[in-house]
Design a protein around this ligand. Structure first.
Ligand SMILES: NC(=O)c1ccc[n+]([C@@H]2O[C@H](COP(=O)([O-])OP(=O)(O)OC[C@H]3O[C@@H](n4cnc5c(N)ncnc54)[C@H](OP(=O)(O)O)[C@@H]3O)[C@@H](O)[C@H]2O)c1
Length: 241
């Protein structure tokens, strides 16, 4: 039975993805800064889906712990879900907040995924799924730091996919649009454009089984972002997006 590592397992999207893979017969490794709070989820997964589920401490910002952390788990599939989004105006004015977003969304993800990728290249087998965001598709004032950290992560995942392809390692980039989670609970979201974490999990699982490269959640975000990416810069810079 194969094992899936969920990095950022306390997130609403992480919980839904863990359950989806468990339902597909995968053993689950739940990793989070405070793994003790995941005891009820672990029990639920083990009872409901009859798979093994372990809890592990993981902090994306503790880079020097990542190698030993991964060596102790060696999952078949590694999924990075963790991320941080602060108010952009606050982050623009406070380097600690900007740095926190950049380091969580990009540096921490690169740190752990470099280690996972090296392991998968070594064994010529494995899968990596990274949750990025449509916010990384074009730089915008309203997502200045968050969007640029996700843009960097998207570019990293594309490069990793290119690097690992010949070694039979599948790397999938996930770009959600709006999702109802703790991260967006104070933001009014347009219902027709917004997904539930369960919808994200269904689309991620389906994309994984089909070995997709990049998926948008939901599909129409690919076309929304295509339009946004094609607005000429002389016009785009005057817009409020
Ligand atoms: N919600 C959306 O509309 C949306 C859209 C596009 C992309 N995304 C992306 O989807 C992913 C999941 O977010 P979500 O919407 O499910 O939000 P969420 O519920 O707020 O989840 C964020 C997760 O990141 C974890 N985290 C933050 N800093 C960490 C660190 N230093 N080390 C380890 N874990 C850390 C949090 O753990 P704690 O419980 O310890 O705080 C939490 O599990 C993120 O990458 C986000 O950028 C979300």
């Amino acid at each position: 039975m194969e094992t899936v590592l969920i990095l950022g397992a306390t997130s609403d999207i992480g919980i839904a993805i863990a359950k989806k893979f468990a339902a597909g017969g995968y053993n689950i490794q739940l990793a989070a800064r405070t793994p003790a709070q995941l005891e009820p989820l672990k029990s639920d997964i083990e009872i409901r889906y009859k798979v093994n589920c372990g809890l592990y401490a993981f902090d994306a910002l503790q880079y020097n712990t990542h190698a030993a952390f991964f060596a102790g788990l060696k999952p078949d599939v590694t999924i990075t879900i963790f991320g941080t989004m602060y108010e952009e105006e606050d982050a623009f004015n406070d380097w600690a907040l900007a740095e926190g977003m950049i380091n969580t969304n990009y540096t921490g993800a690169v740190s752990i995924l470099n280690i996972a990728a090296k392991h998968y290249i070594g064994q010529q087998k494995g899968s990596i799924i990274g949750i990025s965001s449509v916010a990384g598709d074009r730089g915008r004032a309203s997502k200045l730091i968050y969007g640029s950290s996700k843009a960097a992560f998207t570019a990293y995942l594309a490069g990793l996919r290119n690097k690992c392809f010949k070694d039979n390692v599948h790397v999938m980039t996930v770009k959600p649009g709006f999702v109802y989670t703790r991260m967006t609970e104070n933001i009014p979201l347009p219902k027709p454009l917004t997904s539930t974490p369960e919808e994200v999990a269904d689309i991620v699982y389906s994309g994984f089984t089909k070995k997709k490269n990049t998926i948008y959640v939901k599909w129409f975000w690919r076309y929304i972002m295509l339009i946004i990416k094609n607005i000429p810069e002389f016009q785009f810079k005057k817009m409020k997006l």
